[in-house]
Ligand binder design. Structure first.
Ligand SMILES: Cc1ncc(COP(=O)(O)O)c(C=O)c1O
Length: 455
């Protein structure tokens, strides 16, 4: 079989056998299938040897680049010992060592690590822990069993995570399966629900949240939030001080603060965790994605000694947290996650990031003058460019124009892979991407937006 034929055959089999996530398969079947066979640094390489810049970090997971020698080595080395053994009734060295390291780097006060498989399960664990915590901490109080979250929130695709999510397009179908929650407006300054302007608004959007907490704290187990950036909503960044105020309000009204750092964790925002920008310690913190540097599926929910201790007792008290997955604490995943944290130290990833974040800001700035760019939002190496039909009124493009998708297709032709969120063009490159390549990515975006919008 020639090289060319192999690509065609696999593309046929893809169309015949696979069902891709978040994908209209009827359209997929008519589009050219891009099959990625290899990767190196910030590049993905297809079956025909064509190179593409990885503008999504392979859906927000890759940090130090593809085929990183230390990460490759960590997996090979662990394979010489064992690929998997369970954490149910047993332990393993990588899981222990990683838990210790995670507590070392986490916001101060988090002291326990509960492993799971992906961002959604880390969120499910946090929700279940919160509800059980209140049952056991204060059995005489009324049931604290509901959750507050923001509109446009995204916390994953399992039923609990969808219940605390609020993206109509993704979630509305599943409403019959979801539990009721309380919802508040997000700090979406570009489309402020209160029609105010930051900073003169003095974050008035916090008032309704305060009111919900004040009046309904007795039934609220937790407030779940994506700290600093509502990522899947279109990189909606919150104003400085917003998260800290949420922390204060949650403490005041005895509601657990659950920080979903699945997207923002591991350097994406410029610090190891987004909460650390505002010196916030959540009561529960969900992490995944960058945990293994984008190598293996692994997740964890971190919590405080206060929460953990509410689960202690004799077996027959039934305070055990009855939750776990087959691959919980998988040694291969934990070994590569440990190596990932090692690279952070050796390559000084966080301090290297400062100049890259500034460079990304510099190269994004001129795009603000394009006639169809409504807003540019950036937090660390997470950026969203919101395209609008009319800049004066911020009127969005009609959904059927698939503006984001068309820009992504054009960018792909020019050698950059991105995945838009509706009409928001998203750039989340690996943290290791050089300033030169960041500039190249933005130049491709600039050209692609101009071509697709005809300006
Ligand atoms: C903030 C946040 N939470 C949870 C998830 C779900 O993670 P996973 O896709 O690994 O289940 C995501 C995924 O994008 C996310 O952005």
């Amino acid at each position: 079989m020639t090289r060319r034929t192999r690509t065609d055959t696999l593309a046929d089999w893809d169309r015949k056998y696979l069902w891709h996530p978040f994908t209209q398969m009827q359209e997929w079947e008519n589009e050219k299938t891009l099959i990625i066979e290899r990767g190196k640094g910030s590049y993905l390489i297809d079956m025909d040897g064509r190179k593409y810049l990885d503008g999504t970090s392979s859906i927000w997971v890759n940090l130090h680049g593809h085929r990183h020698a230390a990460l490759d080595r960590a997996i090979k080395k662990q394979l010489e010992h064992i690929a998997h053994s369970t954490l149910l009734g047993l332990s393993n060295p990588p899981a222990i060592l990683l838990a210790r390291e995670l507590i070392r780097i986490a916001p101060r006060g988090l002291s326990r690590v509960f492993y799971s498989d992906d961002g959604s399960t880390a969120v499910e664990v946090a929700l279940k822990m919160a509800v059980q915590y209140w049952q056991q901490r204060d059995p005489t109080a009324g049931p604290k069993k509901s959750f507050l979250h923001l509109k446009l929130a995204y916390h994953g695709d399992t039923i609990g995570a969808v219940s605390v999510g609020n993206i109509e397009l993704f979630h509305s179908r599943f409403k019959p399966l979801l539990f009721p929650t309380l919802v508040a407006d997000p700090p979406y300054c570009y489309r402020c629900p209160l029609k105010l302007t930051y900073p003169s608004c003095q974050m008035t959007c916090l008032e309704p949240i305060k009111e919900i907490l004040r009046t309904q704290h007795e039934e609220l187990a937790g407030f779940i939030i994506e700290p600093l950036v509502q990522a899947a909503a279109g990189m909606i960044t919150s104003p400085p001080g917003y998260l800290k105020r949420i922390r204060e309000l949650c403490s005041k009204y005895r509601v657990l603060l659950i920080a979903d750092e699945v997207a923002t964790g591991f350097g994406r925002t410029g610090k190891m965790f987004a909460c650390q920008h505002e010196e916030v310690t959540p009561d529960l913190m969900a992490i995944s994605k960058g945990l293994t540097g984008g190598y293996m599926p692994l997740a964890a929910t971190l919590t405080t000694e206060e929460v953990y201790s509410a689960f202690l007792g004799k077996y027959e008290d039934f305070k055990t947290f009855f939750h776990g997955h087959s691959y919980t604490g998988n040694p291969l995943g934990c070994a590569v996650a440990l190596a990932n944290l090692g690279v952070f130290r050796k390559a000084k990833t966080l301090s290297q990031l400062r100049s890259k974040i500034a460079e990304l800001k510099r190269v994004l700035r001129p795009l603000a003058t394009l006639p169809h760019v409504g807003d540019i939002r950036q937090c660390g190496l997470m950026a969203g460019i919101e395209l609008v039909k009319d800049r004066q009124t911020a009127e969005p493009f009609p959904i059927e124009e698939r503006i984001g998708h068309r820009v992504a297709q054009e960018a792909s032709r020019q050698g950059l892979l991105i995945r838009p969120l509706g009409h928001v063009i998203v750039l989340i490159p690996p943290l290791a991407t050089s300033s030169r390549l960041l500039a190249r990515m933005v130049a491709i975006l600039d050209r692609s937006i101009r071509i697709v919008t005809g300006c």
